[in-house]
Design a protein around this ligand. Sequence first.
Ligand SMILES: O=C(O)CCC(=O)C(=O)O
Length: 289
Amino acid sequence: MPDIADAITHQHIIDFATDGVACLRQVISPDWIETLRAGIEKNIAEPSTRGRVWNKDEFGRVTFYDSQVWRDIAEYRDFVENSPMAEVAARIMDVDVVNFFFDAIFTRSTGSQFRTPFHQDEPYWSVEGFNTCSAWIPLVPVERRSALEFVKGSHAWGHRYAQTNFGALTGDERDRVTYEQIDDEELKPFPDIEGNRDDYEILSWDMEPGDVAIFNARMIHGGSGLLRDDRDLKVFNTQWLGDDVKILFRSEGMDPDHSQVMTEQGLKPGDRVSGPLYPELWRREPVSA
Ligand SMILES: O=C(O)CCC(=O)C(=O)O
């Protein structure tokens, strides 16, 4: 594996800044992929209280999501704390400091057709800022038609959109993010990307284990699914926060909602995340005189 400072090129940094996403090839070693595979099998066998079935179709094909399990599954914790992922996040965002935010998994059983609705991540989060990234790490090969899709440049559109209420999707009130009570003239309906695909430049890639699709949390993304009958999909995802990110509690709801645990940790709106739940895992070394 190349040194991360060399593996993340100037072009990757420009792509991430301008397109909102970059596909990094072979930045996670086979050993780390094996570690995550072992972790995800444990996680599927024993979901956390945050585990949700997003979809189960008439053929029994399941799309499953879980999150914030990294402190309970040793393999996830090892990856978060000791893999090069924190440095990858820091280098691609071109920031001085990076804290871990949370982990998530997305698994689809063989042949699943369920597609994740297009959405942005930041509006669901208990933080706000531009220096964010999510790392979508498939643990099995995934064809472009089945991979996560990104609307190029959408992280910089600057609009506030009413997002999908995943609570309605899962039937689980804990995921409720709804704009019904929000009186905000700036709030726009979410664009119909799926119905007008030709109007947008949509990016996605064939990916192998070791590749990472890394994207800004303001990026419109969705899709995935559409698996061939002999293919399943297992994805480990980590979220990272850079220099300008501050805590924000949202009246429309949050998913996952960190407001309670943040408050219990003594963190409040306007603070930078810190402490054992959101460890600082990379900091740029000062240039010596
Ligand atoms: O893999 C998926 O289907 C959804 C991924 C996603 O929305 C995310 O990583 O934020």
